[in-house]
Design a protein around this ligand. Sequence first.
Ligand SMILES: [Zn+2]
Ligand SMILES: [Zn+2]
Length: 319
Amino acid sequence: MISLTTPFDLTAGWLYEHAVLPLLYQLGLMQWDDTGYGWTLFAVYGVAQVVATYAVCLPLERWRPVERWPDRSAVTVDVLYTLISRVGLLPLVTFVLFYQLQVWLNGWLTDHGWVPPTLETLVPFLFGRPVATFFIYVVILDFVDYWRHRLSHVFGWWYALHAVHHAQRQMTFWSDDRNHLLDDVIQFVLFLAVGLGVGIPPMQFPLLVLLLRLLESLSHANARVSFGWLGERLLISPRFHRAHHGVLAAGQRSRNYGAILPWWDMLFGTADFARDYARTGDPTAAEVLATGGYAAQQWAGLKRMLRTLARAKAGPAAR
Ligand SMILES: [Zn+2]
Ligand SMILES: [Zn+2]
């Protein structure tokens, strides 16, 4: 069990004792005692991350907005997406599920005479260098995410889901989590597989994902913020990611697929550092994907995916 030392631990401890534990007890789920505490802790981290993102991004958006909207009601659904993702889903998947899977996998491997994988066994240089190891985890996950994102623009059925992310015309720092649930599931499966494959410790994995998502929120901010010639080539800025969301870039012709490091776009020829603060949105997306409620967007994304699959099955002539 984690020691109660930081404000996060104290808050999580209080919430766990007064809300989560009684609920688990009532539902007869006391076997989830330990992981229940972990989920509470990372949910508290999730709330803290949303507050930190708000504190950094809101002044940026007020200071140098790219666009001003008299009616900001389309942003509200993105706030809901963020809370569902950061406080509910991410802690559940990146801690509870990852931890359970790792315990199961390592047990199974040990039973069969295998040593559970770690990055340090592959790269012995990293032994005793936790900061470097953490950074390599970031690079690996970001590389995987570049290809996931790029391929989601290649396959029609996949883009039908990803269009939920691109349909937003009022893009703000809240827009990062605006994704179709099935699209989230694909990302979770990839991240969990990679995390298990390189043996990321269970307490580090959720922190890694929190860090990646914090930087991704910033890159969606409605702010004229560039990191300068060199900075833009080291870390993805709001300016760089906005080019990906530009109306001309939606669908297969897009650029700038990276999540936090622009290196993969530079390496694979998809970087565009020239485009400045384009308007965002996807003109091919139904209006409900832009301005509908959460359930309506999820449903519309699913229907669009099924329609695309049906058309593909009917043959190229029917497309
Ligand atoms: Zn995209
Ligand atoms: Zn985006």
